[in-house]
Write a protein that binds this ligand. Structure first.
Ligand code: HEM
Length: 183
């Protein structure tokens, strides 16, 4: 994945737990790089190993950690030069979730080797959104849940995200239900 992702993970851990904890996690993960270049690609294994080591060192289930990372990513991206894309994606949960593929397609102009996920809004009645999430990468549903919560924070609404169906031989997408209410 692009270095921007590993950078964000490093920032999250260093901000919340200190630089020494980050170094402990990086060493445990066997990752030699400390300064990630946002626009370079790194083996996905680096990101997964860092998340796994963080889970052990912080004694936190990896799913919880990925969720927090998802929330953090939206804040992180919202402060980056790509914030405009989040702003233009829409003003409601349904609009933003429906615009994610276009957004990642536009991002691919800056990140030519991007291997983005794909999202499809199946239905949206303003309160409940059914969403397909497709990726060739495994085990990132908790990250997606956190991302959606991060988007909700930006839009100042409350969401409950439920993973209703895991991808399987018949359906290559994970199905999520997003219940939206006002704060
Ligand atoms: C301006 C905001 C955003 C930027 C700059 C951004 C950029 C990126 C980048 C660079 C990657 C790594 C992919 C790769 O290196 O191949 C990525 C992955 C991903 N993005 Fe975004 N993204 C943004 C917002 C979002 C939002 C709001 C969501 C969902 C609500 C989302 C969902 C994901 C997911 C799930 C992945 C993990 C890859 C996978 O599932 O295969 N992104 N994004």
């Amino acid at each position: 994945m692009y270095g921007m992702v590993n950078r964000a993970l490093k920032d999250l851990i260093s901000e919340r737990f200190g630089e020494a904890t980050w170094q402990e996690i990086r060493t445990k993960a066997g990752v030699e790089v400390d300064e990630f270049t946002s626009m370079s690609t790194y083996d996905d294994a680096i990101t997964y190993d860092l998340a796994g080591a963080a889970s052990e060192v912080l004694e936190t289930p990896i799913e919880d950690l990925l969720r927090v990372f998802g929330q953090y990513w939206v804040e992180f991206a919202g402060k980056s030069s790509y914030a405009i894309l989040l702003e233009q994606a829409g003003t409601t949960m349904g609009e933003v979730l429906g615009a994610l593929d276009d957004m990642h397609t536009r991002l691919a102009l800056s990140f030519p080797e991007l291997r983005p996920p794909s999202f499809r809004v199946l239905s949206d009645d303003g309160e409940t959104i059914m969403l397909n999430y497709e990726s060739f990468r495994p085990a990132l549903v908790p990250f997606v849940c956190g991302l959606i919560e991060g988007v909700a924070d930006r839009l100042d609404v409350r969401v409950t995200v439920t993973h209703v169906e895991a991808k399987n031989e018949d359906n290559p997408a994970d199905v999520l239900r997003v219940q939206v209410s006002s704060k």
